[in-house]
Design a protein around this ligand. Structure first.
Ligand code: 13P
Length: 262
């Protein structure tokens, strides 16, 4: 079986300006250092607003931090008359590793569908970025018991036309919409159900090696108090953390889940 390095990614959403970003990343780096965080054992990343990226890059480079950073969205296009959009090439020039694509807030407020997420995944890959493709069902879908087919349809659409080698390097984040910012975390069993279904589907679409290589994260009200239980599940390879990632001490604790007692 492939060994997948767990990834703890903090999605700051539209919080923390560039000055606050510097202070927060400094505190996070200290908090991780205090706990002697082993970055080889658990990767840590922050997905920050576009306007924070240059400041975060400068800090990470100057202090040689092992922290990775990324963006929360990207244009489907490389350049041209797309007012207000941000090219994946610009992100790549800023040392960006990850980019979230198809977050439920983008789907909900900006009408992003599978055609859009697929185009953005391709544009990100074209610039050497690692897409974190976000999928997950709304409450009404779960109440009807259709969370698996719903989420897999989002997955299929997002992956359309990609090669196995491209998919193997991807990160998929399962974020049930009803668990985002609500304090209602999916149970570890709920997270495992979908993480496993996602991996099985990738195995069907591609092959077993690709399915074993791809990292599947869980997102939705992850905190230091529930992360360790989620991480016991075999197909859950990390977390996409919203609110709790804004507090550097708390996010560092999440990243150190391996030292928690269950
Ligand atoms: P919360 O952790 O605040 O629920 O947000 C989850 C999320 O949307 C991460 O992308």
């Amino acid at each position: 079986m492939a060994t997948r390095t767990p990834l703890m990614a903090g999605n700051w959403k539209m919080n923390l300006d560039h000055q606050q970003a510097i202070a927060t990343v400094q505190k996070l780096a200290w908090a991780l250092k205090d706990g002697k965080h082993d970055y080889a054992a658990v990767e840590v990343a922050v997905l920050v607003p576009f306007t924070d990226l240059r400041s975060v890059q400068t800090l990470v480079d100057a202090d040689k931090l092992e922290l990775k950073y990324g963006a929360q969205d990207v244009s489907a296009h490389e350049s041209g008359a797309y007012t207000g959009e941000i090219s994946p090439v610009f992100l790549s020039k800023l040392g960006v590793t990850y980019v979230a694509i198809g977050h439920s807030e983008r789907r909900q407020y900006h009408g992003e569908d599978e055609a859009v997420t697929n185009a953005k995944v391709k544009s990100a890959l074209g610039a050497g970025l690692v897409p974190i493709l976000c999928v997950g069902e709304e409450l009404s879908v779960r109440e009807e018991g259709r969370q698996v087919p719903h989420t897999l349809a989002q997955l299929d659409g997002g992956l359309e036309g990609l090669t196995a080698a491209q998919v193997a390097g991807l990160v998929i984040a399962y974020e049930p919409v009803w668990a985002i910012g609500t304090g209602k975390t999916a149970t570890p069993e709920d997270a495992q159900e979908l993480a496993e279904a996602i991996r099985v589907r990738i195995g069907e679409l591609y092959d077993a090696a690709t399915a074993q290589a791809v990292r599947v994260l869980y997102g939705g009200s992850v905190k230091s108090s529930n992360v360790a239980a989620l991480m016991t599940k075999p197909d859950v390879d990390g977390a996409l953390v919203g609110g709790a990632s804004l507090d550097p001490e708390e996010f560092a604790k999440i990243a150190r889940y391996q030292s928690h007692t269950l």
